[in-house]
Write a protein that binds this ligand. Sequence first.
Ligand SMILES: C[S@@+](CC[C@H](N)C(=O)[O-])C[C@H]1O[C@@H](n2cnc3c(N)ncnc32)[C@H](O)[C@@H]1O
Length: 288
Amino acid sequence: MKAPDTSPTPTDTRDAGVRAFYNDLPFNYWSDTEQAAGTVRSNPLLAYPDLDDLLEHDPIREVLEIGCGAGWATNALALHYSVNVTAVDFTAAALARARDVAQALDLGDAVSFTECDLFRFSTDKRFDLVQSIGVLHHTHDCRAAFAHAASFVRPGGYLFVGLYHLYGRRPFLRLFHDILRTEGEQAAFDRYAAMHHQSSDTTHVRSWFRDQVLHPQETQHSLEEVMGWLDAEGFTLLSTSINRYDDPTDRAALIAAEQALEAVSERRNRIENDYFPGFFTVLAQRDD
Ligand SMILES: C[S@@+](CC[C@H](N)C(=O)[O-])C[C@H]1O[C@@H](n2cnc3c(N)ncnc32)[C@H](O)[C@@H]1O
């Protein structure tokens, strides 16, 4: 078996900017390792019920995570589902934390972290599950990144991807870009922290705020668009957060449901002051 090809140096200047951005402060970064390990122990993957169900009931053994960041999902996969995880990210600061947390959790050889630009990642190995949460939309070419990630799924295996949502995200971005323009960054941070009560750790909140409000490179995508990508790559959609993991076979209903999320996002973010960043997931299976 060929060893994975790795180089963390991006081929595109926009990706190089993203790498520098995350090396300043990785996403989802706690001020200390033990707090980060605590969140992994609580199994944050339960937030994705379709993925949890798959991992509980399907014989998944080998997982590839593309863009693992500070490692909460990679480490939770190994800790709670007894799988081996190959994890790739091009941000050294994030990987250092991911490795420290893995060590604190005594995960040993179950996880391996590789510093690599995802577009340059290559291996002969094919995986039962490839997952990438909140990553591909931060590259210079989300569609190409999606195809590259999908290429590592074995026939019959699974792909789990989380992306910014075209309709759900617009009101969030409009709100924060308005505040940044008229009141400045501190006011935008204060509004964000008040809406999103995920942590009392200031570093942690700031790492989320930068990622979601100040990012140098992001694109947004619709489920309709991603369903076309899945068709092209030979995958069947199994579930999506857009209809809360209900039956995904009625495409017209899914498209109507996703378009309705723009009004929901406008109401929640701007009127109810309730965090709605505009993000969705898909779980799909590669055709045999
Ligand atoms: C928003 S963070 C998400 C991290 C992790 N998936 C999570 O949910 O916490 C995006 C991650 O994608 C990584 N990333 C973005 N573009 C990449 C690329 N071209 N190659 C490798 N990693 C990349 C960044 O380094 C960063 O850690």
